[in-house]
Ligand binder design. Sequence first.
Ligand SMILES: [Zn+2]
Length: 68
Amino acid sequence: MNVFICGLDDTRADRGDCPNPLHDHPLAASPMVARDEADERLDTGWTQARCPDCGLFGWIAPGEEGKQ
Ligand SMILES: [Zn+2]
């Protein structure tokens, strides 16, 4: 699957006013921390998906597939 680590601005989902549950798991505000967090999530079965409502990428925790 495609992963968008190099586009940290995309992966650091800033939910804004979007109510989509994809944004329930934002990364840390610090890009350094967010990168580690993203690596850790990808290692532990998290996936990323583009929000159908706002177009930003959000995270899907293991076991939460299909909630978007
Ligand atoms: Zn959204």
